[in-house]
Design a protein around this ligand. Structure first.
Ligand SMILES: *Cc1c(COP(=O)(O)O)cnc(C)c1O
Length: 392
C-alpha cells in the first residue's frame, strides 16, 4: 500500500465545497509558489486578489511576528493601537471623514454594511446582476447569481437586481423606499467588467435624489489593486459606504466596512459585533501592506505593469477583448475554453483563473515583476495552442 496523497487526504477530510484542489502548495516567495512535487508556478491569481505583497514579504512577516509577540488578541472591550492607526489611515486614504468597523472577511464587511443600511429605516436594496458580495446569507441575498442563491432560499429579501452599467434601469429601480444602491466599481468575479463612463456618478445622483445610501463594494478592487487606493477614485464620487477585504492585509484575514460622514454613525452600541474583527495582528498586517505600497511605489508600478500585461495578452488573436485596470485583468476568449486555458497555464507553470467559460481573470501580487510578466507573455501563445487543442 502506498501512502495516500495530500489530494486523497483532502478528499477524505475536507468538505467538498470547492471541488478538487488543483495541487497542494507548500511554499511561496514574491509572486512565485511551489507545490508538494517541487513544481514552481508564477502566481497570477495571488490568492484571488489577496496576496498584495506576494508571498513571504519581509515587511508583512515582521509586522505579524512582532505584533503577535507583543499583543496578539484582545476583545473589543479594549482598543488597540494598530486598530486605531489603521482606521485613521483608511479614512485618510479615502479622503473623507467617517468611521470604520473591522471584520475578518469580505462577506462580513458586507454583512456589517447591509445591517447599517437597515438603520435608514428602509429595507430595499438595489444591486447589480453579475455582482458578487460573498456567501453568508446576507451577502448572498445581495448577490444575483442563481446557482449560488437557489439552494439557500429564502434569503433576506427586498433586493432588486439591475443590469450592471445600465443607468436607466438603475434610475427606474431606485425609489424613496430604497435604503441603498450597492455596486462594485469594477465587477471582479464576473470576469473584470468595467462600468461605462459616468455610471458611478449617475448612481450617486440617483441615490441623492431618493435619499438612499451609495455603497461601493471594493473588497476585490481596493487597496492598490487598480493602481489606486480605491477603484472609485477616478469617478470623483464620494460614496456613503465602502467595504474592503481581500488585499487589505496581504493574506491575513481582515475586512472593513467604512461609513462615510453620517453613515459612520448609523450603527450604534449593541447593533453589531465581532470577536476577532479588528484584532491587533490583522490590523498590524494591514498597516504593513499599506506602508509597503507607499514605500515601494507600488501604485505606479501596478499601473505600468498592468498596461504591459494587458497589451501583451491582447496581441494574440484568440483573445477578443482585454479589460481591467492595474493588476486586475480580465479577458474574453474566442471560444468557451477558459478551463482548458487555466489547466494549460498550470502545466506551463502559471496560476490563472477562469471565472466564466469564456473569460480569464488575473489578479497577481502587486509586487509582480516585469520578468514575471515577460514569462507569461512568452508562454501565452503555447498555452492557448494547448487549450484550444484540448477544447476542440
Ligand atoms: C471576494 C469578494 C467578496 C467576499 O469576500 P470573502 O472574504 O470571500 O467573504 C465580496 N465582494 C467582492 C467584490 C469580492 O470580490
Amino acid at each position: 500500500m502506498s501512502e495516500p496523497t495530500w489530494g486523497e487526504r483532502y478528499a477524505g477530510s475536507l468538505m467538498n465545497t470547492f471541488g478538487p484542489p488543483k495541487t497542494t502548495l507548500v511554499r511561496g516567495q514574491g509572486a512565485h509558489v511551489w507545490d508538494a512535487d517541487g513544481k514552481e508556478y508564477v502566481d497570477f491569481l495571488g490568492g484571488i486578489a489577496v496576496n498584495a505583497l506576494g508571498h513571504a514579504h519581509p515587511a508583512l512577516v515582521e509586522a505579524v511576528s512582532t505584533q503577535m509577540s507583543t499583543l496578539g488578541h484582545i476583545s473589543n472591550f479594549f482598543a488597540s493601537e494598530p486598530q486605531v492607526e489603521l482606521a485613521e489611515k483608511l479614512l485618510s486614504l479615502l479622503g473623507a471623514p467617517g468611521k470604520v468597523f473591522f471584520t475578518n472577511s469580505g462577506a462580513e464587511a458586507n454583512e456589517a454594511a447591509f445591517k447599517l443600511t437597515r438603520r435608514t429605516g428602509r429595507t430595499h436594496v438595489v444591486a447589480a446582476e453579475g455582482g458578487f458580495h460573498g456567501r453568508t446569507m446576507g451577502a448572498l441575498a445581495l448577490t444575483s447569481k442563481e446557482a449560488y442563491r437557489a439552494p439557500f432560499e429564502p434569503l433576506p429579501g427586498d433586493v432588486t437586481f439591475v443590469p450592471y452599467g445600465d443607468q436607466d434601469a438603475l434610475a427606474a429601480a431606485v425609489t424613496d423606499r430604497t435604503a441603498a444602491i450597492l455596486l462594485e466599481p469594477i465587477q471582479g468575479e464576473a470576469g473584470v467588467v468595467m462600468p461605462p463612463d459616468g455610471y458611478l456618478a449617475t448612481a450617486r445622483a440617483i441615490a441623492d435624489e431618493h435619499g438612499a445610501l451609495l455603497w461601493f463594494d471594493e473588497v476585490q478592487t481596493g487597496v492598490g489593486r487598480t493602481g489606486r487606493w480605491f477603484a472609485h477614485e477616478t469617478s470623483g464620487v464620494t460614496p456613503d459606504i465602502v467595504t474592503l477585504a481581500k488585499g487589505l492585509a496581504g493574506g491575513f484575514p481582515i475586512g472593513a466596512c467604512i461609513g462615510v460622514g453620517a453613515a459612520g454613525a448609523m450603527l450604534e452600541p449593541g447593533n453589531h459585533g465581532t470577536t476577532f474583527g479588528g484584532n491587533p495582528v490583522a490590523c498590524a498586517a494591514a498597516l504593513a501592506v499599506i506602508a509597503t505600497i507607499e514605500s515601494e511605489h507600488l501604485l505606479e508600478h501596478v499601473t505600468v505593469l498592468g498596461q504591459k500585461l494587458r497589451d501583451g495578452l491582447a496581441a494574440d488573436p484568440r483573445v477578443t477583448e482585454v479589460r481591467g485596470e492595474g493588476l486586475l485583468v480580465g479577458l474574453d476568449l474566442s471560444a468557451p475554453v477558459s478551463a482548458h486555458v487555466a489547466a494549460a497555464a498550470m502545466a506551463h507553470g502559471f496560476i490563472i483563473n477562469n471565472p466564466t467559460p469564456g473569460r480569464i481573470r488575473l489578479a497577481p501580487p502587486l509586487v509582480l515583476t516585469t520578468d514575471d510578466v515577460d514569462a507569461l507573455l512568452a508562454a501565452w501563445p503555447a498555452i492557448l495552442d494547448d487549450a484550444m487543442a484540448a477544447g476542440s
